[in-house]
Design a protein around this ligand. Structure first.
Ligand SMILES: C[S@@+](CC[C@H](N)C(=O)[O-])C[C@H]1O[C@@H](n2cnc3c(N)ncnc32)[C@H](O)[C@@H]1O
Length: 346
C-alpha cells in the first residue's frame, strides 16, 4: 500500500466514518471493490448456489405478471451472478420481452458483470447498465442482495447525556478511532450507552426508489443482513480473507459491512404510503419459492455423488436456521396488493 496515497486521502484532521468507508471500499484506485471479485474474501448467497437466483426469479416473474411490469433493476450486482440466474430462469418460463438494468458503482465489477452476462444479451432480454440511477417514468421491479450493508455509514454514541461522533484519524502510519463532541444535535431517542448507526446514502437511495414506486408502481425486493429489530450498538465489521476483523485492521483490503435497519426501511415505506411485506427470513422465502424442488431436480440430474453432496451442502448453507437461512431477511415494498400468503403486510 502506498503510504503517500493514503496520506493524500486522509490529509484532514479526521474524517467521518462514512467517508472512511467510502474511500476504503470505493476509491478509484485503492478501493476494495475496485480490486476484488465477490467471493474472494467473503461469499454471498448468489455465489453459493444458482438456486438462490432461480427462486428470486420465480418470485419476480410472478410479481411482474401480476403488476404488469417488464423492467427489472438490480442495485449492486457484484459479479452479475444473481442477474444471470434470474435472466436464465425467466427466459425459460416466458417468451415475453424484458429489460434488465444494472446499477453498479465499481468499474472493476462492471467489467466482470458484462463478462458474466454477455451470453444473455439478446433481442428478447436486453441488459443495460445505468448511471446515477437515472430512471424512466415507467414501473420497475427493483431488487438487491447485500447492497445496503455495503454503503457508507456513520455512528453517534451517547455517553453521560452527551453525543459523540465516531471519526477516523490517520497518524504515524496508523488508523485510529477518534470521538468528537456534537453540540447542536438532540437525539432524544438515544439512551446513555447507545450507538446510533445511520447511512445518509442508504436513505437517499431508499427515498428515490420509493418515490418512483409511489408515482409509477412496480416494487422493491430488499434482501439484507440483520435482525428484525436493529439494536443500538455498533454492528460494523470487516471481513478479511473470510475472517471477521476490525474495520481498522486491513483498510482497503477487507470488505466492510453492518446490520441493515429494516425498521428504518419500514418507516420510509409508511412515509410514502406504500405496502411493506415482511421481513421474512431467507429460509422461508426460498422454501416458498421452490428451493426444495429445484435442488432435488439438480440432485437427480447427476450420477456423481460428489456433485450430489455439494448441491446438498449449498442448499443447507442457504437455508440453515442457525446461519444464512435466518440471518438474511427479505422485504417487498409495493403500491399494489401482493397476493402471496407467506409474505404478509406488516
Ligand atoms: C456486498 S456486494 C453484493 C454483491 C451482490 N449483490 C451479491 O449478492 O453477490 C455490494 C455491491 O454493491 C455495489 N455498490 C456499492 N455501493 C454502490 C453504489 N453507491 N452504487 C452502486 N453500486 C454500489 C458494490 O460495488 C457491489 O457490487
Amino acid at each position: 500500500m502506498e503510504k503517500s496515497k493514503i496520506k493524500k486521502i486522509f490529509k484532514s484532521e479526521s474524517i467521518s466514518l462514512s467517508r472512511f468507508m467510502h474511500k476504503c471500499l470505493y476509491d478509484k484506485d485503492l478501493g476494495f471493490y475496485q480490486n476484488n471479485r465477490i467471493g474472494s474474501h467473503f461469499t454471498t448467497s448468489p455465489e453459493i448456489s444458482q438456486t438462490f437466483g432461480e427462486c428470486i426469479a420465480i418470485f419476480l416473474f410472478r410479481v411482474s405478471h401480476d403488476f404488469g411490469v417488464s423492467k427489472f433493476l438490480e442495485l449492486g450486482p457484484g459479479n452479475g451472478t444473481l442477474m444471470a440466474d434470474i435472466i436464465r430462469t425467466i427466459s425459460k418460463i416466458s417468451k415475453k420481452k424484458f429489460l434488465f438494468y444494472l446499477y453498479e458503482k465499481s468499474n472493476f465489477l462492471k467489467k466482470i458483470q458484462s463478462e458474466t452476462l454477455a451470453k444473455y444479451n439478446s433481442k428478447k432480454t436486453k441488459i443495460l447498465s445505468i448511471q446515477n440511477l437515472r430512471l424512466k417514468k415507467k414501473p420497475y421491479l427493483f431488487f438487491c442482495n447485500e447492497f445496503f450493508d455495503a454503503l457508507p455509514l456513520n455512528q453517534i454514541e451517547k455517553k453521560n447525556d452527551l453525543l459523540f461522533e465516531k471519526r477516523i484519524k490517520y497518524t504515524d502510519g496508523k488508523f485510529k478511532w477518534k470521538e468528537y463532541l456534537i453540540e447542536n444535535k438532540n437525539l432524544n431517542f438515544l439512551s446513555n450507552g447507545d450507538i446510533w448507526e445511520y447511512s445518509p446514502l442508504t436513505n437517499l437511495y431508499i427515498k428515490k426508489i420509493l418515490n418512483h414506486i409511489k408515482k409509477f408502481g412496480g416494487g422493491f425486493l430488499v434482501i439484507d443482513y440483520g435482525p428484525y429489530v436493529k439494536k443500538k450498538i455498533s454492528t460494523i465489521q470487516a471481513i478479511y480473507k473470510s475472517k471477521k476483523c476490525d474495520i481498522l485492521d486491513y483498510p482497503f483490503f477487507s470488505d466492510m459491512t453492518y446490520h441493515f435497519d429494516f425498521s428504518n426501511l419500514k418507516k420510509f415505506s409508511e412515509d410514502f404510503n406504500l405496502q411493506f411485506h415482511g421481513p421474512i427470513n431467507q429460509r422461508k422465502f426460498l422454501y416458498f419459492n421452490g428451493i426444495n424442488e429445484r435442488i432435488n431436480i439438480l440432485i437427480n440430474q447427476t450420477q456423481d455423488n460428489d456433485v450430489k453432496k455439494k448441491l446438498s451442502m449449498q442448499f443447507h448453507r442457504l437455508t440453515d436456521p442457525l446461519g444464512m437461512g435466518e440471518l438474511f431477511k427479505f422485504v417487498f415494498i409495493s403500491k399494489n396488493d401482493l397476493n402471496f400468503p407467506y409474505f404478509k403486510k406488516s
